[in-house]
Design a binder for this molecule. Structure first.
Ligand code: ADP
Ligand code: PAZ
Ligand code: K
Length: 261
């Protein structure tokens, strides 16, 4: 089995890939905490593996993407001790099919690198990846596999939390699509604003990107909230929630192979 670990700002996902079944058979999702205690992590992983009849010895290699720097080192240390297998941390210098063509390539989130690698290898050709995580990001890749740039917007939950935190009277609402765009009470007003508003934002961003670069882009949506905006179905060629896990695996495997040779 291959283990991909995707540490985002809201969740850490531990994806177990079985090469015989050619799929991610198990995914453990834990909340991301900057003050994470390693004994807590170990307890959760042990329990999950026990419940799912997974053994540490079945994991042959590990790939990690982490966009929360305080977690990176302790996580690698833990994974190395727990699995005792090769570990690759995705970084901008990892060998991959993607070339980052931006001003400061080292700034780029490694989850976005992983997304780009998976999208380019699996779906091929020019693509735009829309990742609905804590942040909502758009990554633009041309047909040569150059990552031309990224847009970053607050994610849907982040926008809802931000309204709640920065106002006296607005409640924290559930992410549910109301039946009409015009809000009839405060909760409805926020839900309509976020869900109809973000659908417009995504359409607008895609159209601005296409206006700047008129390529036949495939649009790939990913991230925890990628299926929430049901109005956007037509805009996406595919919703692939495993894109980041796949990208981490593809990059890690390429780097293990080339380092052995
Ligand atoms: N399987 C899921 N079902 C419903 N909501 C989810 C799921 N996974 C994540 N979410 C929600 O989607 C948001 C973004 O999550 P995620 O894509 O994991 O973000 P990040 O990568 O930034 O940690 C979070 O608010 C999270 O609670
Ligand atoms: C843009 C992100 C915050 C997205 O993280 P996520 O929503 O997956 O938690 C992350 O990729 C990041 O910290 N990037 C660094 C800045 C950049 O990519 O340019
Ligand atoms: K992510």
């Amino acid at each position: 089995m291959f283990l991909s670990i995707d540490v985002g700002n809201s969740n850490m996902v531990f994806g177990f890939y079985d090469p015989e079944q050619d799929r991610w058979t198990h995914q453990l999702r834990l909340p991301t905490r900057g003050d994470m205690v390693l004994t807590w992590l170990e307890k959760n992983i042990r329990l999950y593996m026990l419940e799912n009849d997974l053994k540490a010895s079945q994991v042959k290699a590990v790939g990690i993407s982490c966009v929360v720097p305080v977690i990176t080192k302790p996580l690698i240390k833990f994974v190395e001790a727990f699995f005792d297998k090769p570990v690759h941390l995705v970084h901008v210098k990892s060998q991959s099919q993607i070339r980052v063509n931006t001003k400061n390539p080292t700034e780029i989130g490694t989850d976005l690198l992983a997304n780009a690698e998976a999208a380019f290898q699996i779906y091929q050709g020019p693509c735009i990846i829309v990742d609905f995580g804590t942040a909502l990001t758009f990554s633009v890749i041309n047909k040569k596999g150059e990552l031309l740039g990224v847009n970053i917007v607050p994610g849907l939950e982040t926008a809802i939390k931000s309204l709640f935190m920065h106002t006296a009277k607005l409640p924290e609402v559930k992410l549910e699509l109301p039946s009409s765009a015009i809000g009839k009470d405060t909760v409805h007003a926020i839900q309509a604003g976020i869900l109809y508003g973000f659908a417009g934002l995504v359409r607008g961003m895609l159209s601005s990107i296409r206006a700047e670069i008129p390529l036949e882009f495939k649009v790939i949506a990913t991230g925890g909230l990628s299926a929430i905006l049901t109005q956007l179905k037509e805009e996406f060629d595919v919703i692939d929630k495993e894109l980041t896990l796949n990208g981490i695996k593809l990059i890690a495997e390429k780097n293990f192979k080339n380092n052995k040779a």
